[in-house]
Write a protein that binds this ligand. Structure first.
Ligand code: KIV
Length: 308
């Protein structure tokens, strides 16, 4: 475990271009990044790049990923995370929509910009919204260029199967890094008739492995696996060379992601099995606001300390 003073430590000892798991990696580029709470004036965490993600090895520390949708939250999360996702889950989390299907490209652009203004360390991925990429590679490229160009984000995530490999290929050929989201794909909720856990049968498992391999071959730099049986996720994670990020997937993935409001306990109502609540902030906020309400009603706030 690194100490706060080791914010950036470059190790120049190992041989160059050391090949492992089929990926070329110079371990001299290995960068240890501290997860300290406060950054001193002399030290800053450097930005995580696409190369860092691509160079991630199966036995490296797992990548720490969370969703983020706003600038203030991004400022808090950024020093702790390797990757931040401006997920289209913002439709439900921020806007109270019932699913992600009503999320627009304009919404993704605006939230992507907000997160990019506040992120200085984490690699930022933005979701392509429903209806902006699935049916036509040329439209996908147009949407992707707008999302990348207007937000300045580092990569885009698309919910895919192997059928969308040509789209990934086109985006990759246009220097747009693509993270392929496979398994449970929330944008398919209507087609699937609900959120269905994947990888339950041998047929499904082999289809998912085919999807992951096709996406990797098409140029995806990473595969995100959602809502897929542990054994199936493990098999996918070991079948591809690119880093896999899991949500309701497997500890064998190269990184883990959660929806930030879920893990902070900000969402009331149903909690999926894969969500570990690290706090119950909805209770903290409710108790805090109740104290404020009591003070205002009793004319205790503002007292002389809070007026000019
Ligand atoms: O939109 C989102 O937040 C996501 C995560 C669930 C991975 O895609």
């Amino acid at each position: 475990m690194l100490k706060p003073e080791h914010l950036i430590l470059f190790s120049f000892t190992a041989p160059k271009n050391f090949v492992k798991h089929g990926k070329t990696k110079s371990t001299s580029q290995k960068i240890h990044i501290d997860r300290c709470h406060k950054m001193s004036k002399q030290t800053t965490q450097r930005k995580i790049t696409l190369e860092d993600i691509k160079n991630h090895q199966k036995d490296d520390e797992p990548l720490v990923c969370l969703t983020s949708y706003t600038a203030p939250m991004t400022r808090i999360l950024d020093p702790h995370c390797d990757m931040l996702l401006v997920g289209d889950s913002l439709g439900m989390v921020v806007y109270g929509m019932k699913n992600t299907l009503c999320v627009t490209l304009d919404m993704m652009v605006n939230h992507g910009k907000a997160v990019m203004r506040a992120a200085s360390h984490a690699f930022v991925v933005v979701d392509m919204s429903y209806g902006t990429y699935e049916n036509d590679p040329a439209i996908a490229l147009e949407s992707a260029k707008r999302l990348m160009g207007e937000t300045g984000c580092n990569a885009l995530k698309l919910e895919v199967t192997k059928a969308l490999a040509p789209t990934i290929e086109l985006l990759a050929a246009n220097d747009i890094p693509v993270q392929a989201h496979i398994g449970l794909c929330p944008q398919s909720i209507e087609k699937e008739g609900g959120y269905k856990i994947k990888g339950k049968t041998n047929h499904e498992i082999s289809n998912l492995i085919d999807d992951a391999l096709a996406c990797e071959k098409a140029g995806a730099f990473s595969v995100l696996i959602e809502g897929t049986k542990e054994a199936a996720s493990r098999e996918i994670a070991t079948s591809v060379n690119v880093p896999t990020i899991g949500i309701g997937a497997s500890p064998a993935c190269d990184g883990q992601i959660l929806v930030v409001d879920d893990m902070l306990g900000m969402i009331t109502g149903h909690t999926p099995k894969f969500v570990k609540k690290y706090a119950q902030l909805s209770d903290v906020i409710s108790e805090t606001v109740s104290k404020y309400a009591t003070d205002v009603r009793a004319r205790k706030f503002p007292d002389e300390n809070y007026v000019y």
